[in-house]
Design a protein around this ligand. Structure first.
Ligand code: CUA
Length: 314
């Protein structure tokens, strides 16, 4: 089976002010701890060589209880800890927005996908976040089932999604691009396939995307697509999936309005191509074992019709 994880999975190439602050903090810690290691290891090595036991030599002068020395070696570590604490608190303040009454974005963890909501426009999507470049977005994190953890390494810190307890973080990108994010809290069988992408684009492109997402689902055009919509209703897909504009508003599974515009399906498990969508519809458990979507044992014809319908939904 072929798996993909498109995007840069590194925290060493920060692309946002928040991620850069964390990266710099890491560097500071590395330098400080490295210096302490060199000093302590060097002092031990020097003492081992310089004061090694020699025939007929007496014990060196004992300095236990020397007040000056005690004060120095208490004060220095204390100052180091205070300095690192201050730097850490400063970095944290850059990552966490105050809980805004209305966040720019709401992300809800589900086993095993991400629900994305834009409260201002009412747009709902799944596993693909769009943001305008250079604009900090406050993200409110929630979960409907278990603990998940939201992390886009290049764009900022990670944060747990807790059922019944809302957390808030900033998300921002300096440059246009598609950034890979994933769940970093073990949450069940498909934890490793709970990916999402953050598409950062110029404001005009973001506005275009938003305008397209706001529209209700287009009526099917092709003959197969028309039948596909009928299959969608007939096989109770509507009990779990929402499609804006066709009186389907269940929130158990990903919202499928404009599904055809998304780059991936199954929370990043495959690229969104007609071929992969067919494989998914044929048996979701084969593509993503444990996924909560059952195998409906659709016929090849029904699979083609559903695929035709959803590929039209851009
Ligand atoms: Cu969700 Cu791990």
């Amino acid at each position: 089976m072929e798996f993909i994880a498109t995007g840069n999975l590194t925290a060493f190439d920060p692309q946002s002010p928040g991620a850069r602050a964390i990266f710099n903090l890491w560097h500071l810690g590395f330098l400080v701890f490295g210096a302490i290691f060199v000093l302590v290891a060097g002092a031990i090595f020097y003492a081992l060589v310089r004061y090694r036991w020699r025939e007929g030599e007496l014990d060196p002068k004992q300095i236990a209880g020397n007040k000056t020395v005690e004060i120095i070696w208490t004060a220095i570590p204390f100052l180091v800890v205070v300095m690192l604490f201050t730097a850490t608190a400063r970095t944290m303040s850059l990552s966490d927005p105050p809980p805004a009454p209305k966040p720019d974005l709401i992300v809800v963890g589900h086993q095993w996908w991400w629900e994305i909501r834009y409260p201002d426009s009412g747009v709902v999507t799944a596993n693909e976040i769009h943001i305008p470049v250079g604009k900090p977005f406050s993200v409110r994190l929630d979960s409907v089932d278990v603990l998940h953890e939201f992390w886009v390494p290049q764009l900022g810190r990670k944060m747990t999604t807790v059922p019944g307890h809302l957390n808030n973080i900033w998300i921002e990108a300096d440059a246009p691009g598609t950034y890979l994010g994933f769940c970093t809290e073990f949450c069940g069988l498909q934890h490793a396939w709970m990916h999402f992408h953050v598409v950062a684009e110029p404001q005009a492109d973001f506005d275009d995307w938003m305008r397209a997402q706001r529209k209700p689902a287009a009526a099917p055009v092709g003959e197969a697509a028309v039948k596909g919509l009928a299959v969608f209703r007939q096989f109770t897909c509507v009990n779990c999936h929402a499609v804006n504009g066709i009186h389907a508003d269940a929130r158990v599974a990903p919202d499928l309005t404009h599904f055809g515009s998304r780059k991936f399906l199954g929370a990043g498990v495959r690229e969104n191509t007609p071929e992969n969508l067919r494989a998914w519809l044929k048996d979701p458990q084969e593509v993503k074992p444990g996924a909560l979507m059952p195998n409906f044992n659709l016929t090849g014809e029904q699979i083609d019709q559903l695929t035709a319908y959803f590929e039209e939904q851009r």
